[in-house]
Design a protein around this ligand. Structure first.
Ligand SMILES: O=C([O-])CC(=O)C(=O)O
Ligand SMILES: [Mg+2]
Length: 635
């Protein structure tokens, strides 16, 4: 008997954020019959759940006007044969056995008696019917039984591939507990071991072998209405270096957060890994490695593959497609952002997302320390994407607040790289993104000497070098400042410049501390200190939602500043009273709605937003767009 068929279908209404082709119609695809019995075709039987590849709606009144292309609570029978033949794209109709194996629509034991009858599920499930919250409780219980974080990660990935709504319900309802499982720090270990734990392929792999065929590869992806891509080439995964093709865990994890934290519908998200080889010898010699076994392609070969990708995705998904660059090495990240920033809606999370979250943390930290940003001196260890990105956003914000020229405000920020303090005498040998930070000063080799000399009020680690903030460094910061601001941002936990415990202990409880990876609260001399997690996860989901829902076509620095200010504004007096400089992740969906609204408002102000008319209440609009992980009724 029929289980799943695929056929052509008219998508009908195009909602604000769907991405029709230039002609307003999607490219037809060949009729593909995935599985069919001899007498029933798609749409000809009742009891099928429409799972059209563009989206997603099984019940009326579901909330998102942005991500849903067309409400379809009824079976595909509504499409006439003529429509099926003449019109583009595909609709899948799943029922019975294949409905249980369709992660987007599977409800497992939550299928009701009526649904079991209507969708040919009788006998395929044991008699009990469980509510979603009971399923979530059971899954959480099972996950908690694993002691090893990687096993928890694997259980979560299995769930995502089995029952997407339950995955998101679990993640959203228990975000503080499960964020470190599906994201930093565990995702770092998962990428390192991705080959040996590999079970279900997630995301799209584009390797050098697909050169010249990327458009075809995009057509293999089951969803057509993609609105956000997170792409990596795996060369600098967190602070762990080159993990080649196994970097896929990062786009997958980031996009899970787009959905869980920002409410962007999973069907419009596409994780991509571009595999140009790896220089990681260990992986090249690992029999379980999943990528191309060759050294990284560079130069023209690399540039051509990336360019083909960028051209293909814009052509296939439209110019409002958001492309988030993630974990590229410095030597490509800045150039890619500059090159494609002019032609595509691109955002580099490591340069811009991290900058935006850190600026928010600095704005709120001033509540404890006093003064304005312009009154502070900033010293960075690490002058790569995060370091220079944050430095620039701080300088921009000070310039905005004081009307001082950017060249002047940059002078408040100093950076140390592996060769020491960045100073003007090094200018000729510096990579271009470091040059704006080469101020007049005598050369200094060691961080500790730079701290003594520059006397920063704020010390920020973006070096990827674990434990680089030594006891002496933290103590020196403490001797200079009543309340030193110390952010040790490198990920995962092993690469953090110092731990929360070290920061509080060595500063005798005076530090305002935040880290990129999560640390538990620290009890120091009877007082509990709660470290902030200054991770771009606070920003990119809401930022992306704001861009998508407003149809914004380019990213502008002012949008990043708007996101920072919105995040800072979400820290309540109660949070401050508890010593927090970031709001709890438990409130992240509300926070994301505010970030999205501020970003969209700024985009409208700058004339970058194309979705007109501008919604009157952008926060409400953002909330209304958000994906709900609750099960829907299949009539
Ligand atoms: O993924 C994270 O946790 C933050 C980030 O972008 C990075 O460290 O590259
Ligand atoms: Mg990153």
């Amino acid at each position: 008997m029929i289980s799943l068929t695929t056929t052509s279908f008219l998508m009908g209404v195009s909602t604000p954020c769907s991405t029709p082709s230039a002609t307003g119609r999607r490219r037809p695809v060949a009729l593909k019959v995935v599985s069919m019995d001899s007498h029933v075709r798609a749409g000809e039987r009742s009891g099928s759940v429409v799972v059209d590849n563009n989206s997603v709606k099984e019940i009326p009144n579901a909330p998102s006007p942005v991500f849903q292309v067309e409400p379809k609570s009824t079976p595909a029978a509504s499409a006439s044969t003529e429509e099926q033949i003449m019109t583009p794209w595909t609709v899948s109709v799943a029922s019975g056995y294949n409905l249980l194996r369709n992660p987007r629509h599977n409800k497992e034991l939550a299928f009701t008696e009526k649904e079991r009858d209507a969708h040919y599920l009788r006998g395929l499930l044991p008699p009990t019917v469980l509510a979603q919250n009971v399923q979530v409780k059971k899954m959480l219980h099972n996950i908690r039984r694993y002691q090893v974080p990687l096993l928890k990660y694997m259980a979560m990935m299995d769930l995502q591939e089995r029952n997407e709504k339950m995955f998101y319900k679990l993640l959203i309802d228990h975000v503080e507990e499960l964020l470190p499982v599906v994201y930093t720090p565990t995702v770092g270990e998962a990428c390192q071991k991705y080959g040996s734990i590999f079970r279900h392929p997630q995301g799209l792999y584009i390797s050098l072998r697909e050169k010249g065929k990327i458009l075809e590869v995009l057509r293999n992806w089951p969803e057509r209405n993609i609105q956000v891509i997170v792409v990596t080439d795996g060369e600098r995964i967190l602070g762990l270096g080159d993990l080649g093709c196994q970097g896929m865990g990062i786009p997958v994890g980031k996009l899970s957060l787009y959905t869980a934290l920002g409410g962007v519908h999973p069907s419009v998200c596409l994780p991509v890994t571009i595999d140009v080889g790896t220089n990681n010898e260990e992986l090249l010699n690992d029999e379980f490695y999943i990528g191309l076994r060759q050294k990284r392609a560079t130069g023209q070969e690399y540039a051509e593959l990336i360019d083909e990708f960028m051209t293909a995705v814009k052509q296939h998904y439209g110019e409002k497609l958001l492309i988030q660059f993630e974990d590229f090495a410095n030597h490509n990240a800045f150039d890619l952002l500059a090159k494609y920033g002019a032609t595509h809606l691109v955002f580099n999370d490591d340069i811009q997302g991290t900058a935006s979250v850190v600026l928010a943390g600095l704005i709120t930290a001033l509540k404890f320390v006093g003064g304005s940003l312009a009154d502070h001196r900033f010293l960075f260890l690490g002058a790569g994407e995060a370091g220079t990105g944050i430095a620039e956003l701080i300088a921009l914000e000070i310039s905005k607040q004081t009307n001082a020229p950017l060249e002047e405000t940059r002078k408040k920020v100093w950076l140390v790289d592996s060769k020491g303090l960045i100073v003007s005498s090094r200018k000729d040998t510096l990579q271009h993104f470091k040059k704006p930070w080469a101020h007049e000063h005598k050369p200094i080799k060691e961080l500790i000497d730079a701290v003594k000399e520059i006397k920063p009020t704020v010390l920020i680690g973006t070096s990827g070098v674990g434990r680089a903030f030594t006891k002496e460094v933290v103590e020196t910061m403490t001797s200079i400042n009543e309340k030193p601001i110390i952010f040790s941002l490198s990920n995962p936990t092993s690469q953090s410049e110092c731990t929360a415990e070290e920061a509080y202990k060595w500063s005798q409880g005076s530090a305002i501390f935040a880290s990129g990876s999560p640390f538990d609260p620290v009890n120091y001399k009877g007082k509990v200190f709660v470290p902030g997690q200054s991770n771009n996860a606070y920003i990119f989901p809401g930022f992306g939602l704001g861009l998508i829902m407003s149809g914004t076509i380019r990213v502008h620095d002012d949008l990043l500043l708007a996101a920072s200010e919105a995040l800072a504004s979400q820290v309540t007096q109660d949070d401050f009273d508890r010593g927090l400089i970031f709001p709890p992740f438990a409130k992240i969906r509300k926070i994301s709605a505010h970030i999205a609204a501020s970003v969209a408002a700024k985009a409208y102000e700058l004339g970058l937003a194309t979705r007109l008319p501008q919604p009157r209440d952008l926060v409400k609009y953002a909330e209304g767009c958000m994906y709900s992980p609750s099960y829907q009724n299949y009539r």
